[in-house]
Design a protein around this ligand. Sequence first.
Ligand SMILES: [Zn+2]
Length: 356
Amino acid sequence: MKNPIFEYTVKNANQDTSKLYEILSKERKMTSNLSSNETFQQESTKACSCPVCGSSQSAPQVETAINDAADYITGDKFQVLQCSNCSLAWTAPQPTNLDRYYPAKYRRYNALILGILKTLYRIRARGWSSRFTQPGSALEIGCGDGFMLDALRSLGWSVSGTERTADMAKFASEHFGLKVYADDQEKLPSDAKFDMIVMFQVLEHLTDPLEQIKKCASLLKPGGRVIIGVPNFSSWQSKYARASWFHLDVPRHLFHHSPRSMAHLAQAANMRIDRIGFFSPEHDPFGWVQSILNKELGNQNRLTKFLMKMVKPEGRDLLTLVIAAALSPFCAIASLVSWSAKKGAIMQVELVPVKN
Ligand SMILES: [Zn+2]
């Protein structure tokens, strides 16, 4: 499941697409009618020990990293707890039903932005593909609408995906002709193995990241690798903005990873980090702009909500746009510098099995 903020669709390219997003919006609206109390009654109570290394608050190796992070949709407040042993952080409490925390409206990109995103996907796909002597088989977990798989396929890879949202899986199958397993309907064949497994902006949404990495390891062919794109909790952007950080995105992001926590996570799954990179032009500069606005002006993610048409435009939104435009060049530079310092807001981690 991808964060809907970053999901997009082809404007006017396929009428079915609009229908699909309409259905999804209605579903979200229905579930968002749950009262705050109802959801909080469903909270998980197991948030007090580290799910990777087992450190607990009583140890005391689990500390409060952030105390007052507010969800930008509901205003509900969350803490972020962090294990001082392996540095994995997680949202607390973790609601077991997240439906009310997903925005009812989806961003629809215009043709220009869509073109830019597709180019970036191709650049990423080419980079990953270059680790192999020839194209093989790739699986994307949480493939959304299938654009990344389409990019890999154009390089000669044989591709398939899994997607939790049945309607999204249907879109990827029908629009791109991709093989997509909708989690609740069809399971991967028991003997399925892949050269490359991709999880892009997915791991932070999952309730059990370690179990997921172990599952990926078991699905790899010899010489295979797992590629993970995830926000970096130890990035400069995160350290600067803390509770106001755009990519913190509580409670949709259940876990908050860093290069150190990923190394521990990999080790616990008998894998290791082979490569790590921070190039993320579609997420990082905008993350700086929105995080600075959040921290300095308050009103969490107002610019994003305005751009996504989640709110009625007001006079101050024009001023925010002007400030955002003025900040943009500095934020682009901050991103570039943070990538070379390995402190970027989004990291791409490539895991390979540890040879016994
Ligand atoms: Zn830990």
